[in-house]
Design a binder for this molecule. Sequence first.
Ligand code: HEC
Ligand code: HEC
Length: 227
Amino acid sequence: MNKLLTTVFALAVACVTLSAQAQKVTGSVENGGKKVAMCVGCHGIVGYQASFPEIHKVPKIAGQSATYIASALNAYKAGDRKHPTMRAIADSLTEQDIADLGAYYGQLGLQEGDAPPATLAKQPGDKVQALISRDKDNNCTKCHGANFNTPNDGTVPKLAGQHADYLYVALKSYKVENHGQLGRANAVMAGQAKKFSNAELKDLASYIGSLPGELKTVPESRIHRSH
Ligand code: HEC
Ligand code: HEC
């Protein structure tokens, strides 16, 4: 190889390496769509019930933000979230897979004009209102949004319209410590959940689950996959 060719070749290799690195942090909706085969058996069946380690509906993830989806998957991967099946699944995903799946599910099912009202569509009763604002400085809506659908940060989930039985199991899990198959290690939500009895968490979950929001389960048959 002459010198010029060698230089051109080296530059081309550098470009490919650079773009591969850039892709590492950028999710691709298209590539994510090719990776959902492993997810749709649970997240692509409306009302699908999980039975282990607890019985509840599988969470709606279409319409959750890409950042939150990645943050949740990384929490399972790191063992901060203990759910056994999701840990095994997240473990098998690369950083790029996680970014692609986040990008894909983040846009799935979202349409213009889809967004719920910015303020509460349905006022809670006095009892639930008192639970929501029990922590005066840090009430639930401060982070999850006035309508529970507009989180103040990418790592905070949308909650409005999520399955109530899942919200309840998720809330309880923040109180669990030192258990092999149950629990979530997030310190912010542990501080919140521990202020409530399980009966109170259930009331919060059923109210929040009844609100209109952007979260959906998009059935597999409606997922357009480009091959
Ligand atoms: C065997 C059924 C099953 C499969 C397959 C599955 N999931 Fe899950 N997923 C669940 C269950 C159940 C939960 C709730 C776990 C918990 O309680 O923390 C969950 C939770 C999640 C969450 C967190 C949701 C939230 O609101 O915090 C994300 C994100 C997620 N799954 C993404 C995926 C992706 C992406 C795939 C495919 C690569 C996948 N899941 C495959 C059952 C499944
Ligand atoms: C200071 C910010 C903050 C406040 C206040 C807060 N949350 Fe959260 N919430 C978060 C974050 C961050 C997460 C994600 C934690 C994780 O990754 O496990 C979360 C997760 C959750 C989840 C799990 C949802 C899912 O999809 O798995 C539920 C349910 C929830 N919060 C309900 C509440 C309720 C009810 C209140 C009020 C009692 C509340 N939160 C107050 C920040 C907050």
